[in-house]
Design a protein. Structure first.
Length: 558
């Protein structure tokens, strides 16, 4: 096995390096073992991550007991829920790149031989996996776990309910006291937002793509099994080091197909499209939006999960978690079973070793023979409004065709204010632009806007189209990732108030009903805008970021 850390600690010239390690309590025996980085995104910014430093102790124990020397380090994580609805959300997607960059730099600088990555809030999951792909050292990802649902008036609630309650309050349908009472119980403890939102979606994907241990996605953050999975991940990375299995052996095109399959079967977040595209580019797999459509059309939607459905991650965990979903898909030959995973075994070997059976007495997971929808939920649209693609999640939706007049906003805040003033009416198509990867910059999520529309009972009575993106908790006719974005002169920049917009989910189309001649004339009048940031991390991101249709990764311009 290749042990890069020997470059740092062996030989007379490395005496200063060994001295510094000994200052931290390491012995010559410790220095003679492989060094394994244990990264986590623990902080006090969000309940998703507040417990991760504690969990890392168990990963280190697993590494140590398997003959390695663990080296813990932390990186940043932005709370999407707390950054939502204001300028702070522009930092969220940027944080994905910074997380990947910082883990990469720590491992390269100290020549660690392997990596266990522990993450909780939305961008920290793909950020950690992207670093693993770049580094291509033996790696295991492990999720920090979902939050428990709150209980309000006898029903399970999540932060999604609080966001939608704000819309109901603005509409006069909810009292301030009721809003406060809901706020007080919605998020009871540590863990990531409880529905099949972005964090739980990406955790599910980590299992399906093979970079995390089977069964590790669904146990709650406060469940004792979470510590066990983190410990086992520490042991697993040492086995990968011994066998020479690296991320490039695991993250193959077929593994990405499995990830897309799971995302559609569980009604997962639209952010999965963005993050899987980004991850594929880090590992060198050619993945396109067409691949998402190909897989979606053959994948049934079987998990009745929030926000489009009824249940939360805890409910899925109680019946067997992602392994049960995958075993259901396996029955219809919908998985690539021969892909390699971090257990050192194939997906088929993993699933065959898990004793789970489908119960007719539960309602979370539908039988594969009688799914919720015959095809998957993450739909790619194209047309004159988004020539390079846009994404919509159809879980829980009944509308398949929508025609309306554009209401155009150049900032999220302006749209939210108009919604709060009850200025958005049935049959409007709300256009929010200059919020894309480059234009925002940072491609803000807009849960505040979408939840306000749902709270006003307009979720499918209006449409929303943006070059920004949505929280995994978003539901309704909300179309994001419109590409090319407004900041680079995409057609979304040319829309005017009153233009007719046509959306057809059966035909996968999204069009502005304006002639090519008129669009060409408008394009002549269009001028690029001055960047919102001219220095700092957001300016760097804007100068390097690619289109959402490419995963919105930062790519050097050589």
């Amino acid at each position: 096995m290749e042990i890069s850390s020997r470059n740092v600690v062996e030989g007379p010239s490395r005496a200063p390096h060994r001295a510094m390690y000994k200052a931290m309590g390491l012995t010559d025996n410790d220095l003679g073992k492989p060094f394994i980085g244990v990264s986590h995104t623990g902080n006090e910014a969000t309940p998703c991550n507040i417990h991760l430093e504690r969990l890392s102790i168990h990963a280190k124990a697993g590494v140590k007991e398997s003959g390695g020397t663990p080296r813990e380090f932390a990186t940043i994580a932005v709370s999407d829920g707390i950054a939502m609805g204001h300028e702070g959300m522009k930092s969220s997607l940027v944080s994905r790149e910074i997380i990947a960059d910082s883990i990469e730099l720590m491992v390269r600088a100290h020549q660690y031989d392997g990596l266990v990555g522990i993450a909780g809030c939305d961008k920290s999951l793909p950020g950690s996996m992207m670093a693993m792909a770049r580094l291509n050292v033996p790696s295991v990802f492990v999720y920090g776990g979902t939050i428990m649902p709150g209980i309000y008036e006898g029903k399970q609630v999540t932060v999604q309910d609080v966001y939608e309650a704000v819309g109901a309050y603005d509409a006069g349908q909810l009292t301030l006291e009721a809003l406060k009472n809901l706020e007080n119980v919605a998020c009871p403890n540590a863990g990531s937002c409880g529905g099949m939102y972005t964090a739980n979606t990406m955790a599910s994907i980590s299992e399906a793509i093979g970079i995390a241990l089977p069964g590790s996605a669904s146990p709650p953050a406060e469940d004792p099994r979470r510590e066990k999975f983190v410990y086992q991940s520490g042991k697993a990375v040492m086995n990968l080091l011994e066998t020479g299995i690296r991320p490039k052996d695991i993250l193959t095109y077929e593994a990405f197909e499995n990830a897309i399959t799971i995302a559609n079967a569980i009604g997962g977040s639209t952010n999965a499209v963005l993050h899987l595209l980004a991850l594929s580019r880090e590992i060198g797999v050619h993945l396109t939006l067409e691949d998402f459509e190909k897989v979606r059309k053959r994948t049934p939607h079987i998990a009745d999960m929030r926000p489009g459905g009824f249940y939360v991650m805890l409910d899925l965990d109680k019946i067997g978690g992602i392994p049960l979903v995958m075993k259901s898909l396996q029955k219809k030959n919908l998985l690539n079973e021969n892909v390699l995973t971090v257990t050192g075994k194939t997906m088929k070997q993993n699933l065959d070793s898990i004793q789970l059976s489908f119960s007719e007495h539960q309602k979370v997971l539908k039988p594969i023979e009688t799914p919720i929808h015959d095809v998957g939920t993450l739909t790619i649209l194209r047309g004159s409004l988004a020539p390079d693609g846009a994404v919509v999640k159809v879980a829980g939706m009944h509308t398949v065709e929508f025609v309306g007049k554009a209401r155009v906003f150049d900032r999220e805040e302006d749209a939210f204010d108009a919604i709060s003033r009850r200025e958005i009416k049935e049959h409007d198509v709300v256009i929010i632009r200059y919020e894309g990867p480059k234009g925002g910059p940072g491609m803000r999520e807009m849960l505040g806007v979408t939840a306000a529309l749902v709270g006003q009972k307009l979720g499918e009575k209006v449409a929303l189209v943006t070059d920004g993106r949505f929280s995994g908790a978003t539901r309704g006719l909300m179309i994001g990732h419109a590409s090319p974005e407004a900041a680079v002169g995409g057609n979304i920049a040319l829309v005017k108030d009153g233009d007719e917009i046509r959306i057809n989910l059966t035909k996968n189309s999204i069009d502005i009903m304006v002639s090519e001649e008129e669009l060409a004339e408008r394009r002549k009048q269009w001028k690029p805008r001055k960047p919102n940031y001219e220095r700092g991390a957001l300016a760097k991101f804007a100068s390097l970021v690619t289109s959402a249709s490419e995963g919105a990764i930062t790519k050097p311009k050589w």
